[in-house]
Design a protein around this ligand. Structure first.
Ligand SMILES: Cc1cc2nc3c(=O)[nH]c(=O)nc-3n(C[C@H](O)[C@H](O)[C@H](O)COP(=O)(O)OP(=O)(O)OC[C@H]3O[C@@H](n4cnc5c(N)ncnc54)[C@H](O)[C@@H]3O)c2cc1C
Length: 285
């Protein structure tokens, strides 16, 4: 049992406390942590609760056109955000696929990113949008590409006494379309077996840039870079979709675990890719 439960209202207070109490558990929505709690994984002196820091809950657009998602913004906030639903609908949709309504009411964007699960629901979509993360610690603030943040399952680049404060989606211009597709054993309250966000930039009918970000087929969320390159200069016809789906499966190296075999995940990855690209093609036709 922790001896101290600290709930600051300012990020600066949180950082000072964390610096003075390095053996502290950072608590956001607690939906990942409480599972570990039940398994008696933690032996802590203190808990740093971020839920009272209002500033971290904000989702807003900056003057330069970028979008800021505060670390403590919940999945329900993301799912219901009217402007994000209109410009990047696949991101609110990904948030809507996480757990149940009750879980989504507590589960935060920062928690999903910092937990660093390869199956993290919103990370493929955030990565497809070239997002970065702002990290704040005793030495100040730094910004890192989200793609570089997770280094393995449950492992991140966070330094001692550092917190994730916000996720930044840069301004994206041009003709873009994206889709998130995942497969779960059950329709809800289950982690994805595999997932993909396909995000394509078009000029006329041709693809001029592509992001294919894959969940649960490697130790971290990855990009299928060969398949992305293959898409450039092509139109999204049936042959292109079939070939890309095969390349994405080839880029995947899933494991077998209690949820699925590696072979099933590979098949599902190919199917999810086909579905995501087909949905984009149909929407644009
Ligand atoms: C029933 C159930 C179903 C679920 N289904 C899904 C699912 O479908 N898809 C999915 O991706 N996940 C799922 N999850 C996992 C979990 O809900 C998500 O990962 C959620 O986004 C975690 O957010 P949180 O705020 O609850 O994080 P917490 O549990 O509070 O924290 C998670 C980790 O991140 C660290 N952390 C949190 N915020 C910060 C910060 N700002 N700075 C530094 N470190 C921080 C914590 O110290 C901890 O290590 C499920 C969980 C449950 C219990």
């Amino acid at each position: 049992m922790a001896e101290c439960f600290y709930s600051p209202t300012e990020l600066s207070e949180a950082i000072v406390f964390y610096q003075n109490n390095p053996d502290t558990l950072v608590f956001a929505g607690g939906t990942d942590l409480l599972i570990g709690w039940d398994n008696k994984k933690f032996n802590l002196s203190s808990i740093l609760n971020l839920s009272k820091i209002e500033k971290l809950r904000s989702i807003h657009q900056e003057a330069d056109g970028s979008w800021i998602i505060g670390a403590m913004a919940t999945m329900n906030q993301l799912e219901e955000h009217p402007e994000l639903k209109s410009i990047y609908p696949f991101l609110p949709y990904a948030a809507s696929k996480l757990g149940s309504w009750q879980i989504r009411n507590s589960a935060t964007a920062g928690g999903n990113v910092c937990n660093a699960a390869p199956s993290a629901e919103i990370v493929p979509s955030l990565m497809a949008l070239d997002s970065s993360v702002r990290l704040v610690g005793p030495e100040g603030e730094r910004t890192l590409a989200l793609a570089d943040f997770a280094t393995g399952p449950g492992q991140t680049c966070l330094k001692e006494s550092e917190l994730l404060s916000e996720i930044v989606i840069p301004k994206i211009e041009g003709d873009v379309s994206g889709k998130y597709v995942c497969r779960k054993l059950r329709r809800s309250v289950d982690i994805s077996l595999v997932s993909i966000t396909a995000f394509l930039h078009f000029d006329g009918g041709k693809i001029i840039d592509a992001r294919l970000c894959l969940g649960a087929v490697a130790p971290t969320v990855i990009r299928a870079e060969q398949a992305e390159k293959y898409l450039i200069g092509r139109t999204l016809d049936q042959d292109t979709i079939t070939a890309t789906a095969k390349m994405v499966a080839d880029a995947s190296s899933p494991i077998s675990d209690v949820r699925s075999t590696a072979e099933y995940r590979l098949d599902m990855m190919e199917i999810c890719t086909r579905d995501a690209l087909t949905e984009i093609a149909e929407e644009r036709s």
